[in-house]
Write a protein that binds this ligand. Structure first.
Ligand code: CP
Length: 304
């Protein structure tokens, strides 16, 4: 049984099946108003060193639905003793004496692994800098399977800031566990997928192509768009030169297969035009809602 959720490479297909089946069960129970409060004796902390809407609040919604109580530090860099210079390790050692599970968003890659190294309780990585965002990938994959019926054999385009985007890093590793997947890695040249992930795809014989435009759009089953991450650039000039190149418009979407889908981890800025939202392929707000069911399933598996 997995104790900490740090990176997607460790997930097996058996684990994914189990969590997706449980996520569907969670969705049914929420829809029917019959959620079992299986975590009513548990206390969960959300410790966030970076801003969040979806990850923190969907985890808190999931925990609440299951009857758990929550301690929340939504701006830990400013309003916890981190601002006095306390280390991540000391913070986790302290907090893991208070609660049964810690959901951590950290601003630097490797933060969740450092936390897991010292924690007495389960650590869930809610995003670590430009590292990984494993629970986002679980809900992304759940949404793909739910909408398209399967994952094997799909052509998936990962688009945007592939250099800094932790969601696409986690998702690339996860998609690589499925059969006959084809990945289109589409980004401006300076924001391409990091070498260690390219090497992983090569080592595991995963078919992929790196591109800078949407010329193969009619082949995609899934277009996974991401934001150009302004906060990760060394200079504003570099960001200004990188943005605005891969925008999903109505015209672009109309070239996609009729039964393809568009996903985005959100937040979006302008990389999917608002005019696309009423297209039947646009699934990003369903994807965000699925985050609650998948995170309920995960908390139940880890804690009950
Ligand atoms: N997808 C995602 O991680 O969104 P937040 O930054 O709002 O949590």
């Amino acid at each position: 049984m997995i104790r900490h959720i740090i990176k997607t490479q460790v997930f097996t297909r058996e684990f994914l099946n189990e969590i997706f089946n449980l996520s569907r069960e969670m969705r049914r129970s929420v829809t029917n108003g019959q959620v079992d409060k299986v975590l009513s004796d548990k206390l969960i902390a959300t410790l966030f060193y970076e801003e969040s809407t979806r990850t923190r609040l969907s985890f808190e919604a999931a925990a609440n639905r299951l009857g758990a109580s929550i301690l929340s530090s939504a701006n830990a860099r400013q309003f916890s003793s981190v601002s006095k210079g306390e280390t991540l390790e000391d913070t986790i050692l302290t907090l893991s004496g208070y609660v049964d599970c810690i959901i951590l968003r950290y601003h630097k890659e490797g933060g969740a692994a450092r936390a897991a190294h010292v924690s007495k309780v389960s650590i869930i990585n809610g995003g670590d800098g430009k590292g990984q965002h494993p629970t986002q990938s679980l809900l992304d994959l759940f949404t793909i399977e739910d909408e398209l019926g399967q994952i094997d054999g799909l052509s998936v385009a990962l688009v945007g800031d592939l250099q800094h985007g932790r969601t696409v890093h986690s998702l690339a590793y996860l998609l690589g566990k499925f059969d006959k997947i084809k990945l289109y890695l589409i980004s401006p040249k300076n924001l391409s997928m990091p070498n260690h992930i390219i090497q992983y795809l090569e080592r595991h014989n995963i078919q992929f192509v790196e591109m800078e435009d949407f010329s193969n759009i009619s082949e995609f089953d899934v277009l996974y768009q991401t934001r150009i991450q302004k906060e990760r650039f060394d200079s504003l000039e570099l960001y200004e030169n990188s943005k605005g190149k891969l925008i999903v418009t109505r015209d672009i979407v109309n070239k996609m297969k009729n039964d393809s889908i568009i996903l985005h981890p959100l937040p979006r800025i302008d990389e999917i035009r608002y005019g696309v939202d009423d297209n039947h392929r646009a699934k990003y707000f369903i994807q965000a809602e699925n985050g609650v069911y998948v995170r309920m399933a995960l908390l139940k598996m880890l804690l009950s």
